[in-house]
Design a binder for this molecule. Structure first.
Ligand SMILES: NC(=O)c1ccc[n+]([C@@H]2O[C@H](COP(=O)([O-])OP(=O)(O)OC[C@H]3O[C@@H](n4cnc5c(N)ncnc54)[C@H](OP(=O)(O)O)[C@@H]3O)[C@@H](O)[C@H]2O)c1
Length: 230
C-alpha cells in the first residue's frame, strides 16, 4: 500500500487530496497549523485507520521532530505533495519585509529542510510533487498584488528542476504542477467574489492521479494545469 505525505491538508486542495487518497485506500500523513480542521478530518476518516494528522507550522516547526513523527507513524514515504502555501495580495510598494519573508518561507524555503529531513524515508521510485501556480510560470500573465507569491512560486518551479537533477541517481522523481485558479479558502480570501472554474475535489482527482503515476512520464517538469490563465 502506498504511503503519501501531503503538506497543508487542513483546507482547500490539500484537504481534497487527503480525502481522495484515503478513499482510494492509501495511507496518508498530513500536517498543517489548524488543529481544529485536522481533527475534523481525522474524525471523518477514523474508521479507515488510514489517515494520520499532525499540527506543524512550516515557519517555526522542528523538521527533525516532524520526520521522526512520520517515521514512527507510517514508516516510509512513496509519494509526497508539497501543497501548503500562502498568498498575500498587496501592491508591491506596500509589502512589508515580514510578508515577503513569510510568503517565501511557506511556499518555497520550507521545502528545503522538509525534503532534507524526509529524504531518508523515501522509497525507491518515490515521487515528489510541488504545487506551484500559473503566476510562477515565466511568461504567463501576471496580476497586480501577487509579486511576492508569484516570485516564490517561480522559485519553487526552478527548485523542482534542480531537485530532479540532484535526485535522479537516487530513484526519486520530482515534478511541479502550476495550477490555475481553484475555488478554495485562499482564493476567496485573496479575491473576494471571484469564481474559479475548478473546485478543489476536481483538481484533487487530477493531482492525485498525477502524483501516483506522473513520474513514469515526467521528471523535473513544471506542468501548467489551468483553464483560466494564459
Ligand atoms: N486556489 C488556487 O487558486 C491556487 C492556484 C494555484 C496554486 N495554488 C496552490 O495550491 C496550494 C493549496 O492552496 P489552497 O488554494 O488549497 O489554499 P488553502 O485552502 O489556504 O490551503 C493552504 C494550506 O496550507 C496550509 N498552510 C499555510 N501556511 C502553513 C504553515 N505555515 N505551516 C503549515 N501549513 C500551512 C494551510 O493550513 P493551516 O492554515 O491550517 O496551517 C492549508 O492547509 C498552495 O500551494 C497554493 O499556492 C492554489
Amino acid at each position: 500500500m502506498k504511503k503519501i505525505v501531503v503538506s497543508g491538508g487542513s483546507s482547500g486542495i490539500g484537504k481534497a487530496l487527503v480525502e481522495t487518497f484515503v478513499r482510494q485506500g492509501f495511507e496518508v500523513f498530513t500536517f498543517a497549523r489548524s488543529r481544529e480542521h485536522l481533527d475534523q478530518l481525522s474524525r471523518k476518516f477514523a474508521s479507515s485507520g488510514l489517515l494520520h494528522t499532525y499540527v506543524f507550522d512550516l515557519k517555526t516547526g522542528d523538521f527533525s521532530l516532524l520526520a521522526h513523527k512520520i517515521k514512527e507513524t507510517i514508516g516510509g514515504i512513496d509519494r509526497m505533495i508539497n501543497n501548503a502555501g500562502m498568498l498575500v495580495n498587496k501592491p508591491f510598494l506596500e509589502l512589508t519585509e515580514a510578508e515577503v519573508e513569510d510568503t517565501f518561507r511557506v511556499n518555497v524555503l520550507a521545502v528545503f529542510p522538509l525534503v532534507q529531513h524526509l529524504f531518508p524515508l523515501f522509497s525507491p521510485g518515490a515521487h515528489i510533487v510541488n504545487i506551484t501556480s500559473m503566476g510562477g510560470v515565466q511568461g504567463s500573465v501576471k496580476f497586480e498584488g501577487l509579486s511576492a507569491y508569484s516570485a516564490a512560486k517561480g522559485a519553487l518551479a526552478v527548485l523542482t528542476e534542480s531537485m530532479a537533477a540532484e535526485f535522479s541517481g537516487q530513484h526519486v522523481s520530482v515534478n511541479a504542477l502550476a495550477l490555475g485558479a481553484v475555488q478554495t479558502e485562499m482564493l476567496s480570501a485573496a479575491f473576494p467574489g471571484y469564481k474559479a472554474p475548478v473546485a478543489p475535489d476536481e483538481i484533487a482527482a487530477f493531482v492525485a492521479d498525477f502524483t501516483l503515476n506522473g513520474h513514469r512520464y515526467f521528471n523535473g517538469k513544471i506542468l501548467p494545469v489551468s483553464l483560466s490563465t494564459p
